[in-house]
Design a protein around this ligand. Sequence first.
Ligand code: NAP
Length: 240
Amino acid sequence: MAGTKKVAVVTGANRGIGFETCRQLAKHGMKVVLTSRDKEKGSAAAERLRSEGLDIDFLPLDVSDDASVQEFARPIKKTYGRVDVLVNNAGIMIDGKTRDAEAGTGVMQAKVETLRLTMEVNVYGALRVTQALLPLMPKDDARIVNVSSGMGQLSDMNGGWPGYRISKTGLNALTRIFADEMKQTGIRVNSICPGWVKTDMGGAGATRTPQQGADTIVWLATAPDVPTGGFFRDRKPIPW
Ligand code: NAP
């Protein structure tokens, strides 16, 4: 069992914003379970953070695979017995290459299969992992942070990257649904947009560092007075 430390699980954490989120949560004194669909990459990433003196474990997790999620939940229950923070960070954007590529794919060229694959990771992945871990989350104070995107905002919806946009709108809907169903408990569920972040997904032209991208995630996961059922960027609410 975990002892007195809070336990955090981060999906898609072998690189990018997820990796940095693990680092920052561990610096907040949490035991962090870094997860990755690729065992070697995940183990190496966890080892890198351990070499910084941080309390990091690694477990494999492919959020698009039911069996992988079930297999993951077993050692989580047995080894730690609880999950205080879940960050649904794993995501793909496969409409276009990267956000600073010349153009994303327009909706007229969109392939249903691309949308299906994107939903499988960005929406159903978050749903699967949340369903598997929610029974292990303390009802008095636990946090679920869904890493969404401004590209999913209906209030500012533009063309291009339809699979990615639709998936992030769907993820935001999941946030609202879980937040409402959990409202009688202390489990707070929120969406965040990290801004445009220099990662494999964001590309070299992005304006923010992974440290900046992870900041609001960690704030929602740790600050005592955050609300539930909101969408945030830079620690401030933004429209859906
Ligand atoms: P990234 O560097 O491309 O990292 C994505 C992570 O998700 C990788 O670790 C990847 O693993 C993992 N992943 C993909 N499919 C998975 C699956 N089926 N199961 C488990 N893990 C899976 O991207 P990032 O920029 O850090 O993005 C993190 C989150 O922030 C995403 O949800 C993204 O949509 C969101 N976001 C990013 C930006 C930005 O500008 N970067 C802006 C808004 C929102 P592999 O290494 O195995 O592929």
